[in-house]
Write a protein that binds this ligand. Sequence first.
Ligand code: T5A
Ligand code: NA
Length: 207
Amino acid sequence: MTTKRGALLVLEGCDRAGKSTQVQKLVTELNARGISAEVRRFPDRTTEVGKIIDKYLSRVVDLPPETVHLLFSSNRWEKYTEMRKTILSGTTLVVDRYAASGAAYTAATTGKDLSWCKEPDRGLAKPDLVALLEISEDVQASRANWGSERFERSELQQKVSSSLHQLMDESWVTVDANDDIDKVHAKLLALALSAIEMVKDKPLGEL
Ligand code: T5A
Ligand code: NA
């Protein structure tokens, strides 16, 4: 019997939409149901490139936006081989931000067109499902530590949201993330379980 592959599931959304909270809960619940699943996150601030990104986001260093864009993409390429291998060996990855964040934040901060912004990520593994967590401006501003990092300003977040919407294809779904944590979790769990079931016999795509 050949091993069925895992799914590549991505949670996207503006800052404080609840992505990290939900990614963690989802993996815990999938594991509790006997499904092999692990968390990945971008930026991954632990890698060599990730350390520079962390300094940039916390305003320790300044860099040109094009440089930052390539660093975020490079950070995903650092993890490409390992992620692909893990998925193909049967483990589902639940990823906290991915290529769409890369394109949407740069489009929002620089005004560059989305096709320019998407190019460095071309060839990465394509998500089987992208769940776009949507929250209102008021809810966003009420969540912990709002405004501490570089991109946390409401007019910028609206541009990010509009870019994320432009990136949607048939693999995306929107999820109302204004609800309490458990309600959002229940919706995401249902989506994840059906995606994991559906991808088993499908090849892993490429961006
Ligand atoms: N970026 C990222 C780019 O520019 N290019 C790229 O390629 C990538 C990958 C850092 C920045 O980098 C940019 C985007 C970002 O500006 P990050 O490390 O993902 O990216 O950002 P973080 O600050 O870690 O995370 P976010 O701000 O995006 O928050 P999350 O993960 O959406 O939200 P979470 O789960 O941490 O929750 C925030 C707070 O709200 C509470 C939580 O307990 C927490 O206190 N909360 C809820 N409260 C009430 N009801 C709910 N349903 C709640 N869900 C969560
Ligand atoms: Na987060």
